[in-house]
Design a protein around this ligand. Sequence first.
Ligand code: ZN
Length: 149
Amino acid sequence: MYPKRCGACGGRVAPSTGALPFSVRGETVKVPGIEHGVCADCSEVYLALDAAEQLQTEAIRMSKAARGLLAPDEIREIRRSFAMSQVAFEELLGVGSKTVVRWEKGTVFQSTTADRLMRLLRAQPELAMVLASGELYARACASAERVRI
Ligand SMILES: [Zn+2]
């Protein structure tokens, strides 16, 4: 809940629904349909906690869509379609520790390459078996041996 009286000027805070700006990676995204309170006198905006979360989640989704990237919930859906933990999915994709959790939270945006790899896995799920088998890449120890020869 937001306050009934404005903390800045003491004016009345009235309920409203509309587009609010949110900054994602230095870019301002206007998210429509956010419930909020607005001061009748100074226009200060107040957000309830769930509305603030909704604003952030939707702003990240819109920003990623504008860049042609899968949304955090789409990444989660793809991972879950393989019944994989975040750690197992990181190993499958060959990305670092905690990378998938950050993608799924939206705090870090996946590269275009990782995005396309995940789209490929969604379109052709059997490719996960190929990836998991290690057939497509030389493991670190194997390539080290090759260097010695
Ligand atoms: Zn005010």
